[in-house]
Write a protein that binds this ligand. Structure first.
Ligand SMILES: [Zn+2]
Length: 256
């Protein structure tokens, strides 16, 4: 059953103590203003130099705990966020990934360590958010073994079961009105522009009654495997998303 009207989840990616202070502040204002219960995709031990936007915020972990206590869901966003592996992932959106192609043992260790770090900060990580959407079957096995049964990814319009875990799809990177379905809008906390925040505010002012949380989604839906029709829908949506990447890649190749 595809819910009607549409419901929206927000997901904030690349959270770590060096997140851009100014941009993340604007995101937090939005969370507070609309009492959102977003997914917080937190990097347990960031080593990605591209994510060193501000000096480490001593209040970062306090903020995460406060947001979780108000209903946000803590997501495990990789381990070091270093996407140095080049391998095929289940979705295949990007060529480089932190997890896809890494041995099962190492993935399990990284996930175990990541969970341990987040828990040591008093958080309860519940959902996997792969850096660059990069993960494979070994990742799903490691997540199951570590007791994580939720993944934020995929292009269907409803949560579904695949590989022994529940996928809560993430299909949007900006607000968009949809007639039906559950839509996760991913916002990159380090790069979100003022105009994007303004667009989100306008959208949320009109649709705040349709904003939901992971808890509500899980209460309302008993995920099953996707119907053939929804699999086809998801596969077309994924191809549409991949197309601009493929075009950019072939242009680069043509130039080189
Ligand atoms: Zn990321």
């Amino acid at each position: 059953m595809i819910p009607e009207p549409a419901q929206y989840l927000l997901r904030f990616d690349d959270l770590c103590p060096t997140v851009s202070a100014a941009r993340w502040q604007r995101c937090r204002e939005l969370i507070e203003e609309f009492r959102l219960k977003p997914i917080l995709a937190i990097i347990p031990d960031n080593q990605d130099p591209d994510l060193l936007h501000s000096p480490p915020d001593p209040k970062f972990w306090d903020q995460m705990r406060a947001l979780e206590s108000r209903g946000a869901a803590v997501g495990l966003h990789g381990y070091h966020h270093l996407c140095q592996s080049r391998a095929r992932s289940l979705l295949g959106l990007h060529r480089h990934s932190e997890f896809a192609g890494i041995s099962a043992g190492k993935q399990r260790l990284w996930i175990h360590e990541g969970l341990r770090i987040l828990r040591s900060q008093g958080l309860t990580p519940r959902i996997w958010v792969a850096p660059r959407h990069g993960f494979d079957r070994q990742t799903l096995g490691a997540l199951r073994a570590e007791g994580v049964f939720l993944v934020s990814d995929g292009f269907a319009r409803v949560p579904f079961l695949r590989g022994g875990v529940t996928w809560i799809p993430q299909q949007l990177w900006a607000p968009a009105e949809k007639p039906e379905g559950i839509w996760t809008i991913c916002i990159h906390a380090n790069t979100v522009h003022r105009s994007q925040i303004a667009a989100l505010r306008t959208f949320l002012a009109d649709h705040s009654a349709q904003c939901t949380s992971i808890q509500q989604v899980l209460l309302r839906f008993q995920p099953t495997t996707l119907t053939l029709a929804e699999r086809v829908y998801a596969s077309i949506a994924l191809r549409r998303r991949k197309l601009p990447h493929a075009i950019r890649r072939s242009r680069r190749l043509a130039r080189s």
